[in-house]
Design a protein around this ligand. Structure first.
Ligand SMILES: [Zn+2]
Length: 245
């Protein structure tokens, strides 16, 4: 013969277990989301470091180019000065002299440009260091979170398995007319959302909707009734007093 269970107690116990299960699953999910967001942050910092390094290489190449222009200009100046010493005519001498003057003027400008470019590249290099630091920090954070997650996960998985087992053991105690409604709600709303306790003798513990007297009367007859507002299967607390007034 089928064992008779107090339906109120069974529903209350199922709800407790569903809440525990939902909390355990929530912990796992939060851990996974945290890992995902920290992994995304690593990727962002990797891109930032790449971009910063590229920018530095550009500035550095420009500075090197300016330095080489200074060297070229110096060579050209030296060559013209040599030509000046060997100038045969006055006209040739004057032409070379004015070219040298132009080269000297150009050299000053190039020198300034080269110094400025070197300075700019040097200063920018600090940004590469900062981007490296940021990347290092985000990798460390991810590693620590991952370690913690995989330390906690077996324990949580274990708890989920044992709570699920307890839950199944309670669920089979539900009479058929309860079980059908409960199963449907678990499928449509999720386990923890499938039940609600009656609070303050009259209100749905989930949505605070006022439960009509005739619904409470149905509960007292140990028949299933759902909240007309949030659709959860209702059950009463142990100290519930049915007040017909
Ligand atoms: Zn409700």
């Amino acid at each position: 013969m089928e064992k008779l269970h107090d339906i109120r107690e069974v529903l209350e116990r199922i709800h407790e277990l569903q809440i525990q299960l939902s909390e355990l699953n929530g912990r796992l999910r939060r851990g996974e989301l945290l890992l995902k967001s920290q992994a995304a942050s690593i990727q962002k910092n990797e891109t930032k470091l790449q971009e910063t390094t590229n920018e530095y290489h550009k500035l550095y190449a420009y500075a090197k180019q300016k330095e080489s222009e200074v060297t070229q200009n110096d060579l050209s100046l030296a060559k013209r000065r040599e030509q000046l010493r060997e100038a045969k005519t006055n006209k040739e001498y004057q032409a070379l002299q004015s070219q040298i003057k132009a080269d000297e003027a150009a050299r000053n400008v190039l020198d300034d440009e080269a110094l400025e470019a070197i300075d700019k590249a040097d200063k920018f290099h600090a940004n590469v260091g900062l981007a490296e630091q940021e990347l290092g920090k985000s990798r460390e954070l991810f590693t620590n979170t991952k370690k913690k997650y995989f330390e906690d996960k077996p324990k949580i998985d274990n708890d989920i398995a044992s709570v699920s087992e307890l839950l199944r053991a309670e669920e089979v105690k539900l009479p058929r007319e309860f079980r059908e409604i409960y199963d449907r709600l678990v499928r449509s709303l999720g386990g923890v959302e499938s039940l609600a306790i009656v609070e303050n003798q009259r209100y749905c513990g989930s949505c605070n909707h006022q439960i009509p007297i005739h619904s409470l009367a149905i509960i007292m007859q140990k028949k299933p009734i759902t909240c007309s507002s949030c659709a959860r299967l209702l059950y009463i607390p142990k100290d519930f007093i049915f007040d017909r007034g």
